[in-house]
Design a protein around this ligand. Structure first.
Ligand code: ZN
Ligand code: ZN
Ligand code: FE
Length: 764
């Protein structure tokens, strides 16, 4: 029986080889008709044998192209015959609905790599080689539909050879929008630190770059989502020079290798980590450093991990080829600013850091940082979700009834748009502390709203009145419904959404700081939480944070506060180097600030307790990056089994005191216990505490699920210990995977909480 059917496919189906895939299937089934990209995705108008059409639909559902992500396949039948003579791929229709997701950027594929290093290929060593299955996407898209004129590749008219590949449905570059060659496409060039071009061209550029790197010089390299600063990772003088110039004292640098084998020389790789390293997203993976690793300590001081990624663009592959060693590849920025992505501003901002610039003339439309991941208890955990992942939507089990914008937190900001069963979580924006970052936040929101045709009528935000993301939300038009979501409820809800659960859980939120509903700074919290509500059932007792934000930079202040509470004012006589190191005069000032309550916000933060303990162990009195003390505390912990310090829990179970822990830490240290053991006992103590509170809550509320969220749970040792304890006591543990446990996941949590409240008919 002959019939005509229109098939609308939605999801990530543009720019992933979908039309040629349909074209080949239609030919195999002798069908006639048209296939095109439309604003909703891919539209197939097909006529022929009804059973052949069924086969086509089955194939689309069961065997779609590797990079596609199908959301729905809709059939419209009963159409009048169109009498097509053949099957063709036709031009996209510009249109109004515009809701097609854009693919994330994809690492160069094997087929392209093969050609890249084949002297007989016309793209031999061409650093922008790509095809339908790989290459830039999100970073070059300016508008939808995803077609060359709507990308930054519009600057490069195709040559005849490229065009014939692009137009041939049987070619693997058919409608690969960024297709290019040395004849017609983007070019690399080399310039000095002032931006003056050097005469080298083509292959000489890379030979020259390798020579510079071998001399220990620092190179700014323009990649996919922005500029990196690169140097020889095995040359400690070069690494230290980079640290000095970038004003980045201790924060670990990421490394780039050309292959898995190269990574193996420096780090231990599990199967799960190998998979992650080689995945199309090519994130940085935090790996255990090999003890005999020749990578200098200055690459990642104070930790026993190395963050590696494998080259993901052809440019990186050409650069690394025949270098034989990994490169430091850290984001090209000045300490807290966002990563540079425009050629001119990169030169003006990085000229004091980079000796030379390896640049190119393909514009980056949206800056994206490298994504950062770590495998914890066998589960890949996103620590920074950006290049390679964003803007792929996260499927949610809950449905967003109204289109929604969630503005996220202040540090590690992301925003999130919700529609239907999808959350469009943004790339990593950064810390909203300066104009540049705020601008990429506001521009990012506009870009996402345009790309995905989302016009939010609801806005969710954090309760912290000073967050710039909160101020942004409150300044938006009053016709929008605005819903404030408590920071740690957002953490727990984010973890629930990550795991696709909607039932009530015991929520354990441990992080640095977040604004509590009592106006204090929370961060060591236990909840009975659902998506719409969170009842705080227990928390770490409040302590003053003398000097506010200064106490975050100087953990010794927290250590002193805890010591004073545990031992009284005589604590200064304790015979420990870390205590003796406390500046008495400074402490006197802080003491009177605490007495008078001047600039001493109260906090229940677990992150701050980690800081205090790290300080007692003599690890550091001041930190150079967020979470440094806690990271180093985890790094030194002995992996041998041990007992844990015991927290005090009030008889009603609501208030947890860390004072017995502080006392025990001091006693152990005075008696000469090693700090490796003390750190391990502290970690176990926190895990035991979580078990104790969770068991009690489970008995009282009949809940079995425990969700762990907040930045403290980036700590692999703690997650491991906690998960094992909870599991063996019959509880079900939910941890993060697709979105970060840190504040990068807050926006997703805000979105699902606001949505759940709307379903209940309220906004509070
Ligand atoms: Zn390819
Ligand atoms: Zn060409
Ligand atoms: Fe947080």
């Amino acid at each position: 029986m002959q019939s005509r059917v229109q098939i609308q496919v939605r999801g990530i189906v543009q720019g992933v080889g979908f039309r040629p895939f349909v074209f080949l299937l239609a030919h195999k089934q002798s069908l006639r008709g048209r296939v095109l990209n439309n604003p909703s995705g891919v539209l197939i108008d097909v006529e022929g044998d009804a059973r052949a059409i069924d086969c086509l639909v089955t194939e689309i559902n069961s065997n779609p192209p590797p990079l596609s992500m199908i959301a729905s396949v809709e059939r419209i039948s009963g159409l009048a015959p169109a009498h097509y003579a053949d099957f063709r791929i036709v031009e996209s229709t510009p249109g109004a609905e515009r809701s097609t997701p854009i693919s994330p950027d994809v690492a160069v594929c094997q087929d392209c790599l093969q050609e890249l290093f084949d002297p007989a290929d016309r793209r031999y060593l061409y650093p922008f080689i790509n095809c339908t299955n790989c290459g830039p996407r999100f970073t070059i898209v300016e508008d939808i539909p995803y077609d060359r004129p709507n990308t930054t590749m519009m600057d490069f008219p195709m040559c005849r050879d490229c065009r014939s590949e692009y137009e041939n449905p049987l070619n693997r570059r058919f409608h690969a929008e960024p297709v290019a060659c040395a004849e017609c496409g983007p070019r690399v060039y080399l310039s000095d630190s002032e931006g003056n071009p050097l005469s080298a061209s083509g292959d000489e550029v890379f030979a020259q770059c390798r020579a510079f790197l071998n001399e220990g010089l620092i190179l700014a390299v323009k990649g996919l989502g922005g500029f990196h600063l690169a140097c020889d990772a095995l040359n400690s003088a070069a690494v230290e020079r980079l640290r000095g110039r970038k004003h980045r004292e201790d924060k670990p640098f990421a490394l780039m290798a050309d292959s898995l084998n190269m990574v193996r020389r420096y780090a231990v790789i599990s199967d799960a980590e190998e998979k992650l390293l080689l995945s199309r997203a090519r994130p940085i993976v935090v790996l255990e450093r090999r003890e005999d690793s020749p990578v200098p300590r200055s690459v990642a001081p104070g930790v026993n991990t190395l963050g590696f990624m494998i080259a993901y663009t052809p440019l990186h592959h050409v650069l690394l080829k025949s270098l034989g060693k990994p490169l430091v590849m850290t984001s090209g920025n000045l300490s807290d600013e966002p990563i540079c992505y425009e050629n001119d501003s990169a030169v003006s901002r990085l000229s004091a850091i980079a000796d030379y610039f390896l640049s190119h003339d393909r514009r980056i439309h949206i800056r994206t940082d490298d994504s950062l991941t770590r495998v914890i208890e066998g589960i890949p955990v996103m620590l920074r979700r950006s290049r390679g992942y964003a803007p792929a939507p996260i499927k949610t089990s809950v449905k967003f009834d109204r289109e929604i914008l969630a503005c996220g937190a202040e540090l590690k900001n992301t925003f999130c748009l919700g529609r239907g069963n999808y959350a469009f979580l943004s790339h990593h924006i950064g810390d909203l502390e300066n104009f540049e970052t705020l601008e990429s936040f506001t521009r990012g929101i506009e870009h996402f709203e345009r790309l995905f045709s989302i016009r939010p009528t609801v806005v969710a935000y954090d309760l912290h009145p000073e967050y710039l993301s909160t101020k942004y939300a409150l300044a938006l038009d009053d016709s929008l419904d605005k819903i404030g979501v408590q920071h740690h409820h957002a953490h727990i809800a984010s973890c629930m959404a990550d795991n696709g659960i909607e039932h009530e859980v015991i929520g354990v939120a441990m992080d640095g700081l977040g604004f509590g509903s009592d106006g204090r700074l929370w961060g060591g919290e236990f909840f009975i939480a659902g998506l719409s509500h969170a009842e705080r059932i227990a928390h770490l007792d409040y302590i003053p944070m003398p000097g506010g934000a200064n106490a975050i930079r100087e953990p010794w202040r927290l250590a002193a506060v805890y010591l004073q509470r545990a031992f009284g004012d005589r604590f200064v006589d304790i015979d420990l180097p870390s205590v003796k190191g406390i500046d008495r005069q400074m402490w006197k000032t802080l003491r009177s600030m605490i007495r008078s309550g001047t600039n001493c916000p109260e906090t229940s933060s677990m992150g701050r307790l980690f800081d205090a303990v790290a300080c007692l162990l003599g690890l550091r009195n001041a930190v150079n990056y967020e979470g440094q003390a806690a990271v180093e505390l985890e790094a030194i912990a002995s992996r041998a089994a041990c007992g844990g310090y015991e927290f005090d829990v009030s008889p009603d179970g609501r208030v947890i005191s860390a004072l017995p822990v502080i006392k025990a830490v001091v006693e152990d240290l005075v008696e000469g216990a090693s700090r490796e053991v003390v750190s391990a006992k502290f970690h176990m103590g926190v895990a035991n505490l979580i078990l104790r509170v969770a068991e009690r809550a489970s008995d009282q509320h009949g809940l079995k699920g425990v969700a762990l969220s907040g930045g403290v749970f980036q700590n692999a040792l703690l997650v491991q210990a906690t998960t094992r304890l909870l599991t063996s006591s019959g509880l079900k543990v939910f941890t993060h995977s697709r979105v970060p446990p840190n504040d990068g996941g807050i926006s997703l949590g805000q979105a699902v909480v606001a949505n759940a409240r709307l379903k209940l008919g309220g906004t509070n």
